[in-house]
Design a protein around this ligand. Structure first.
Ligand SMILES: C[S@@+](CC[C@H](N)C(=O)[O-])C[C@H]1O[C@@H](n2cnc3c(N)ncnc32)[C@H](O)[C@@H]1O
Ligand SMILES: [Mg+2]
Length: 262
């Protein structure tokens, strides 16, 4: 409990960290190296994964270079800690869909730390409108910093519009609030139980048109069986399946690429 107290103290004022290390080493009769290691272990548990991802970006990526931001996150998540970004393998599929569709309007459901947002935004034409929805304010705050580090606003003149709130609340308001008629591309990557209800909601709100493309991540792992059943059995959808792996693992996974027909 002494270590915990001292560490909490350090968290509140990192400039006195070194002093605390010395004091801790005296209290516990440990070498400074050992006390520093103990402190850093405990500190790590107080700093969230999203903050560690942000630090990896700030440490290893070049400001204004979106691809270096992607690389820094992939490196961190494949070598150090797993995180729920779409990852590089499926990210390449995402890139190719974005390049093929060349969308003027894009909706992303689930921003997390902004990894896929940076991937998508860096490939969009300057006139594109891109909305990304995230209901967790802590994730949204980190995503804003990651997006800013990638320099997307200045460099490609696309400001991915990060909207905080739940998809079911925002989807009905998108037309009115953002002056968007329909989406050319929707990337579904939020909680899997919302895929089907949000797809139906987008249909009801007239946000999908003939030719709109929906790309849904993680439909097998963790899985969105009701969504897969719906698009597979609906004559409105033509579906294409990409075989891939769950981000940063070898677990089998796939995305579905869906064009709406007539
Ligand atoms: C898998 S992560 C997104 C990963 C991100 N697309 C990437 O590849 O970098 C899913 C995110 O969706 C958010 N989320 C889940 N359900 C949501 C909802 N109904 N509305 C808005 N955000 C949601 C979660 O907070 C989480 O940050
Ligand atoms: Mg995902």
């Amino acid at each position: 409990s002494k270590i915990r107290f001292l560490c909490l103290d350090c968290v509140s004022n990192s400039s006195i960290l070194y002093v605390r290390v010395i004091r801790l080493s005296r209290v516990l009769s440990m070498s400074r190296k050992v006390s520093l290691a103990v402190i850093s272990c405990i500190l790590t548990s107080f700093v969230s994964l999203r903050q560690r991802i942000l630090s990896a970006v700030q440490k290893n990526a070049t400001r204004g270079d979106p691809r270096s931001v992607i690389r820094a996150i992939d490196q961190f998540c494949s070598q150090k800690e797993w995180a729920m970004n779409v990852g590089n393998e499926k990210g390449c599929i995402l890139d190719s869909v974005v390049s093929e569709v060349n969308p003027a309007t894009v909706l992303e459901l689930g921003t997390y730390c902004g990894y896929s947002t940076v991937r998508i935004a860096s490939l969009l034409p300057p006139y594109a409108k891109f909305i990304t929805l995230e209901f967790n304010p802590d994730f949204a705050a980190v995503a804003r910093q990651v997006i800013a580090w990638a320099g997307l606003e200045d460099k490609v003149k696309i400001k991915p519009c990060l909207v905080e709130g739940a998809s079911s609340d925002w989807i009905p308001k998108i037309k009115e609030q953002f002056g968007i008629k329909t989406f050319d591309l929707v990337f579904l990557d939020h909680w899997k139980e919302h895929y089907l209800s949000d797809t139906k909601l987008m249909e009801e709100c007239g946000l999908l048109r003939k030719g709109s493309v929906l790309l849904a991540d993680n439909v097998i792992c963790p899985g969105a069986p009701d969504y897969v059943e719906y698009v597979r059995s609906s004559p409105r959808y033509k579906s294409h399946y990409f075989r891939s792996h769950l981000e940063y693992t070898k677990a089998e996974e796939n995305l579905w690429y869906l064009g709406i027909i007539e």
